[in-house]
Design a protein around this ligand. Structure first.
Ligand code: PLP
Length: 393
């Protein structure tokens, strides 16, 4: 069968490929420890499940009306953005989406024409690059320097902008980097784009998962009044509320853009399932104590993983300040292990040490690997014991 060029140009997700190989090895009876998962190992809090069950028993089983978000869900998004992010949006500036991923997809679909340039800080979450290419956009990578713990600077952003730049992607806290930008850095980046005709996609999926004393999250849209009108804020309850399987995300931004996205959504997914939108509203406006419980646990595990990784020969790691990933540079070990890149490193670690990691190549950095600490401490220790032994060979 002849597939479209578009379909052929999409690479399968590297993170899912690692999980699939690890699952296959487990089926063969091998004890594989997975550091690949990009999802919390916690269950969705009971009051959120109850909200979905209640919506079902009350008969909320028809199409969502309107498809881009029932009023209660869009109002809940406004409340969350006001409470956590000091952002003031009206419900007609909000769209409810099938996870954060659909919000990004619709926003790229609504903005990118073939040949448009999209600035993408490296390392980047894998789907950004694939989605940009899917719409014919040109990825303009801006590489975060190790000296700045992989965060890009305002000067780098300024140098990358051209008259063809249509979109700037910004993701803090970062997947895969595990770093987050300080408010002052966000303000400096925002000043660079303030008078430029670009749209900023601010992916704030991990805004509630910040670690370390005095850490604060500044939403890009909140950096200055000038950037508010050119920023779309994208988020979901997937990571913050342990709801990856529910597929509930949202975006808020300029009305014109949101309504363009809503038009595309109305001809594709028709939006998030209605009863799940009730659960989304509960997650965003109900009891939030579980978010802090999870955050604290991730912080403890992240610190532990970072300290252990840093003591391994040839591994250079920064302390994670957000999300739930460590992203060490392991390239010094390549010659010793007889591997040429991060994919070979991960394949060898999986086959020989039975530890599943994600190659940095998937995130634009072939010198690094990603380890998720969304798994319990005991498993983390067992996996790191194996990794330490593997690296000593
Ligand atoms: N953006 C980032 C930075 C992510 O890490 C992820 C999930 O891994 C997503 C978006 C997509 O989230 P969702 O599962 O809500 O579609």
């Amino acid at each position: 069968m002849k597939l479209s060029t578009r379909a052929l140009n999409i690479h399968p997700s590297a993170t899912l490929a690692v999980s699939a190989r690890a699952a296959e090895m487990r089926r063969q009876g091998r004890d594989v420890i997975g550091f690949g998962a990009g999802e919390p190992d916690f269950d969705t809090p009971p009051h959120i499940k109850q909200a979905a069950a209640r919506a079902l028993s009350e008969g909320h089983t028809g199409y969502a009306k309107p498809s881009h978000g029932i009023p209660i869900a869009r109002e809940a998004v406004c409340e969350k953005l006001r409470r956590d992010n000091s952002l003031s949006y009206a419900p007609d500036q909000v769209i409810v989406t099938v996870g954060g991923k659909e919000a990004l997809f619709l926003a790229f679909a609504a903005l990118i024409d073939p040949g448009d340039e999209v600035i993408l800080p490296v390392p980047y979450w894998v789907s950004f690059a694939e989605q940009i290419r899917f719409f014919g956009g040109m990825v303009v990578p801006v590489i975060g320097a190790a000296a700045n713990e992989l965060r890009i600077t305002a000067d780098q952003l300024r140098d990358a902008l051209t008259p063809k730049t249509r979109v700037v992607v910004f993701n803090s806290p970062s997947n895969p980097g595990g770093f987050s930008y300080a408010p002052e850095e966000v303000r400096k980046l925002a000043a660079v784009v303030a008078d430029r005709d670009v749209v900023v996609f601010s992916d704030e999926m991990y805004d509630r998962l910040l670690f370390g004393q005095g850490r604060a999250h500044l939403s890009f849209a909140n950096a200055s009044p000038a950037v508010f009108d050119k920023t779309i804020t994208i988020n979901a309850v997937s990571k913050s509320h342990a709801m990856t399987g529910w597929r509930a995300g949202f975006a808020a931004g300029p009305r014109e853009l949101i309504s363009g996205m809503a038009r595309i959504q109305s001809h594709s997914t028709s939006g998030t399932a209605t009863f799940i939108q009730y659960a989304l509203a509960e997650a965003l406006t109900g009891d939030q104590s579980h978010v802090e419980t999870m955050r604290r646990e991730f912080e403890r595990r992240g610190r532990h993983m970072y300290l252990r990784l840093s003591s391994m020969p040839g591994v250079k790691c920064f302390a994670p300040t957000g999300a739930f990933y460590c992203f060490p540079d392991v390239s010094e070990t390549y010659p010793r292990l007889g591997v040429a890149d991060s994919s070979q490193f991960c394949a060898k670690a999986l086959e020989e040490a039975h530890v599943a990691l994600v190659p940095g190549a998937a995130f634009g950095m072939d010198t690094h690997v990603r380890l998720s600490f969304a798994t319990d401490l005991e498993t983390i220790d067992r996996g790191l014991d194996r990794l330490a032994k593997f690296l000593k060979q």
